[in-house]
Design a protein around this ligand. Structure first.
Ligand code: MRU
Length: 370
């Protein structure tokens, strides 16, 4: 998608030097635009852990390139495999909830093991990292093509501007391009459908207010930032036609883990008879997991993210303390919306109900997994 009219992906190889991988430092957006070079496995682990890159699909694509850099930097002797295994563990330990991270690392290990020579392993790793990124773009594009039908149907039925509520950033910045929840929005907008997006600010890190608002604005999509608790009120007053969110991990039964607060939006949507969709590539699906509430690992982040809030003040990014100095704080980063509250899943293979049978109908090859 575009920033100041120029097309970017969220991760790319430095032109003429594929030993350096580039990302946008998302901790600085929307107030500063900085490109960061990643050259070591530690650079990649830090970029994921400190959320310079974030969003399940982009975390996966970054881990893919991180494993390629691991192959490139590994000692070219008997310790090659040890270095690969240590790097894999280091990357997987950065963030626990997004399934795409573990998936991408395992894909990379498979590619590296498929070759016998060190040069072959490095070549296979680069090809696989590129494929993970390219596939994500194509999957998100298809999510947009399928998902825009939902928006278009509402538009045809009402003949009025379609109001869509989204939570966190499941936009192109959370993927390699297009986004998951935002891809149907971008596709519908491009096709001329009159729409408007309610953007939950998404405390504590404000990915909605900072990233979703930024990227929608850069593509010219009408939007309004709201506080996290406004959604229910808007729904009660007919101001929301549709909710679309992303997902960090979706079980084979259709339970959806996403940014903290998503569950409450789903409850309010159900109470107001408003369709609630999760948009996700199949790389986000945990094919072995049945019970999301019991089993999806929920990341607990640094309490300072709740205690402090940052933003622009007189041209500089400043941090301020919100609660009393000594108040204890908890920071759960994700929650799980049970499948019964999810109208449907928008995937790269089409839209299905959030239940085991419907998911397996779209992905029949996964029946063998369990
Ligand atoms: O903590 P973050 O910013 O990585 O959380 C991101 C989200 O919750 C997204 O909604 C999710 O990863 C889906 S991204 C397409």
């Amino acid at each position: 998608m575009k920033i100041k009219g120029k097309h970017y992906r969220t991760i790319w190889e430095k032109p003429g030097d594929n030993t350096t991988i580039r990302i946008i430092d998302q901790t600085l957006l929307p107030h500063k635009f900085e490109i960061v070079n990643l050259r070591t496995v530690d650079d990649f682990a830090t970029a994921i852990k400190d959320m310079l890159v974030r969003g399940a699909p982009l975390i996966g694509a970054t881990a893919g390139y991180g494993m390629y850099i691991a192959a490139l930097n590994a000692p070219k002797n008997d310790y090659f495999s040890d270095f690969i295994n240590i790097s894999a563990k280091k990357l997987i330990s950065t963030r626990p909830t997004a399934k795409n991270l573990e998936w991408a690392v395992n894909e990379m290990i498979g590619a590296i093991q498929s070759e016998n020579t060190i040069d072959g392993k490095i070549g296979a790793a680069l090809a696989k990292a590129r494929k993970i990124a390219d596939d994500d773009v194509e999957q998100c594009r298809k999510i947009g093509v399928y998902g825009m039908d939902i928006i278009s149907e509402i538009f045809q039925k009402t003949g009025k501007r379609v109001n869509i509520l989204t939570h966190c950033n499941a936009g192109w910045l959370a993927t390699v391009d297009f986004g998951t929840a935002t891809s149907p929005i971008y596709h519908a907008f491009e096709s001329g459908i009159d729409l408007h997006v309610w953007v939950d600010e998404t405390r504590p890190r404000n990915q909605g207010a900072k990233l979703t608002a930024f990227e929608l604005g850069e593509q010219g999509v009408p939007h309004t930032v709201i506080v996290d608790n406004a959604g229910g009120h808007l729904m009660q007053h007919g101001l929301v036609d549709l909710v679309i969110v992303g997902s960090d991990r979706t079980t084979r039964t259709g339970d959806v883990a996403n940014k903290i607060g998503t569950y409450l939006k789903a409850l309010a949507a159900m109470d107001n008879n408003i369709p609630f969709y999760a948009a996700l590539p199949s790389t986000t699906i945990d094919w072995e997991m049945e019970d999301g509430i019991k089993n999806i690992p929920i990341e607990e982040r640094n309490p300072d993210e709740v205690r402090f809030i940052d933003g622009l003040n007189s041209g500089e990014i400043k941090n301020v303390l919100v609660p009393p100095e000594g108040s204890p704080v908890a920071n759960f980063a994700f929650d799980v919306t049970p499948a019964r509250l999810v109208t449907g899943l928008i995937t790269e293979r089409g839209i299905c109900k959030a239940d085991k049978n419907s998911i397996m109908e779209l992905f029949p090859e996964k029946n063998e997994v369990k």
